[in-house]
Design a protein around this ligand. Structure first.
Ligand SMILES: Nc1ncnc2c1ncn2[C@@H]1O[C@H](COP(=O)(O)OP(=O)(O)O)[C@@H](O)[C@H]1O
Ligand SMILES: [Mg+2]
Length: 392
């Protein structure tokens, strides 16, 4: 059975490992530290940096395919590995569009795909000119390396744009500016594609962000017209083929106030917006990613319930006194149907440390339950006032 190498030892690699176990595969990870979420569980961990070609080579030797838990491996290293015979999926020619938000926008503009107006920003004047032409507010983004809203700044006026752009450029951060979209909500269309060219999409989901970070996912997206759902799914399938993507890809979308879809960002790896499928779909994204990069036939993406809601467990501003273990105990006692996934990470404010999936029939009820459970796990407080040690 194959060995798969995943670069990066975060929770995505940890959950891919979980899927690899069921398929009789071995997941080797390249992790920075022995206590990274995936390094804790894989007996086949190579310690090292994803920017170090020697470490990448060591992780790749003898494995069937090399893939990613994040998008930050320099493409020149991947080209070097490919020249040495390593099977890299997705290939760097596709991955670049998940690494570089400017390259992605330029390429998608060439394809005529729907994206917000944007421009490269090499000076404060570039950003101000863009705002004056396209209207304020504008969004400034780091071209590379941002995640969970880090690397995204909203500016209402030229006066606000100036310090951000000055500061970031001074630190050597490449920037772009784009129109702030008036959005009804955010969606994600998740697709898997194999080197052979088989592709499969999951139902389009709604993603709810707080402070630029994904907090809740509702699958499928409630009240999405069939027309828009089909448009989003075809868009994801088309992009995957156009860009030569292999493995899973999340296409982050904006649904605008006037009912249009705009592409925000691409992730060519398992993604937070696909966690619901671990419990809520016949085939979840982690297994599907393995199937896709290994060029197996893909799995059925059908949902298992009318609604699945995923709520992230985020580190509280101050970690509760009650231990995580005790919180889990209470959660299980109160909500036996909650599906819990914990990442083995320390609690730090806003850090993604786990997630909860709840399946059911009614969007509002399922969402309330999933968010209540996640909030409990983060804060050791029941939002409905329930006292775990009281008399019931
Ligand atoms: N052009 C925009 N208009 C309105 N909101 C935006 C825009 N760009 C980003 N956002 C908001 O910021 C969040 C994070 O931006 P994104 O580009 O996806 O960065 P990250 O790489 O941190 O996920 C988005 O999910 C959305 O809520
Ligand atoms: Mg994003």
């Amino acid at each position: 059975m194959p060995t798969v190498t995943m670069i990066g030892g975060g929770q995505l690699a940890r959950m891919t490992h979980q899927a690899a176990i069921a398929l009789g595969q071995r997941l080797r990870v390249l992790a920075e530290r022995p206590d990274d979420p995936a390094a804790q569980v894989s007996p086949d961990t190579v310690l090292g940096s994803h920017t170090d070609l020697t470490a990448l080579r060591k992780a790749a030797v003898g494995s069937h395919v090399l893939t990613f838990d994040h998008e930050h491996v320099p493409t020149e290293h991947l080209e070097a590995l490919i020249a040495e015979g390593v099977n890299v999926q997705p290939p760097p020619t596709a991955l670049i569009y998940a690494q570089d938000k400017l390259a992605m926008r330029r390429r998608l503009a060439e394809f005529g795909e729907p994206i917000p107006a944007f421009t490269e920003v090499e000076s404060v004047a570039d950003a101000v000119r863009f705002g004056d032409e396209h209207g304020w507010p504008v969004v400034i983004k780091a071209v590379r390396g941002g995640y969970d809203g880090r690397g995204v700044w909203m500016a209402d006026t030229a006066a606000e744009v100036e310090p951000v752009v000055k500061d970031q450029l001074a630190h050597g951060v490449s920037l772009l500016a784009e129109q702030k979209v008036r959005l009804r909500r955010e969606l994600s269309a998740m697709v898997a594609r194999s080197p052979f060219g088989q592709a499969a999409v999951w139902p389009v989901v709604e993603t709810v962000q707080r402070d630029g970070q994904c907090a809740v996912v509702i699958a499928p997206a409630p009240d999405l017209s069939q027309e828009l759902a089909t448009r989003a799914e075809s868009l994801a399938l088309r992009l995957a083929a156009e860009l030569g993507v292999t493995g899973v890809m999340a296409v982050e979308l904006f649904e605008t106030d006037d009912g249009e879809l705009l592409i925000n960002e691409l992730a060519m790896r398992p993604h937070n917006s696909g966690h619901w499928g671990m419990d809520g779909a016949v085939t979840g994204q982690f297994e599907q990613h393995l199937r896709a990069v290994l060029d197996y036939p893909l799995g059925d993406t059908s949902p298992l319930a009318p609604v699945t809601v995923m709520a992230n467990i985020l580190g509280a501003p101050v970690a509760p006194d009650m231990s995580m273990d005790e919180r889990l105990h209470h959660l299980f006692a109160r909500m036996p149907e909650a599906r819990v996934h914990l990442y083995g990470k320390g609690e730090r404010p806003h850090r993604k440390i786990g997630h909860i999936n709840v399946l059911g029939d009614d969007v509002a009820q399922v969402r309330e339950k999933a968010e209540r459970a996640a909030h409990w796990m983060s804060h050791a407080v029941w939002t409905d006032g329930w006292d775990p040690h009281g008399e019931h």
